[in-house]
Design a protein. Structure first.
Length: 139
């Protein structure tokens, strides 16, 4: 009786590969702080809600948030008004704030965008603010 090359009676453990989809990683050229913001956002969003065409917007959003936070830190140190004028940090923070609002709407991160429709696992349903992203962004 010849030996078989392998045991064909062993059962293979089934792994549902659709249950786990790796999260989209930030671009390598981003700052460390920008990457941290990217990762915190994509952890809250189902993968099907992030398209490759969104990546440049996401990168811009994250890096703008870094600049917004740095401007805020500078304002906390020197104040928003210097010599009876808005400080450069206050002006920059205002510009970043406007850009963040625009990008958040385009990326469906803004509260009004989340109230419209949210895709979850290929099914479209009415959004509710009790989703993990809604909780994070709405406080």
């Amino acid at each position: 009786m010849a030996k078989s090359a392998g045991n064909t009676n062993k059962k293979m453990v089934g792994v549902d590969t659709t249950a786990f989809t790796p999260k989209v990683q930030p671009p390598k050229n981003m700052t460390k702080d920008g990457k941290m913001i990217w990762k915190s956002i994509v952890e809250m969003i189902p993968n099907e809600n992030i398209m490759p065409s969104d990546f440049p917007l996401m990168e811009s959003y994250c890096e703008t948030m870094v600049q917004f936070r740095r401007a805020t830190q500078q304002i906390n140190i020197e104040g928003a008004i210097i010599d009876d004028k808005l400080s450069p940090a206050a002006v920059w923070m205002d510009k970043c704030s406007a850009r963040l609002a625009t990008l958040a709407a385009k990326l469906r991160l803004a509260p009004n965008a989340r109230k419209e429709l949210v895709s979850t696992h290929g099914k479209t349903q009415k959004s509710i603010s009790t989703t993990p992203l809604g909780k994070l962004l709405n406080g």
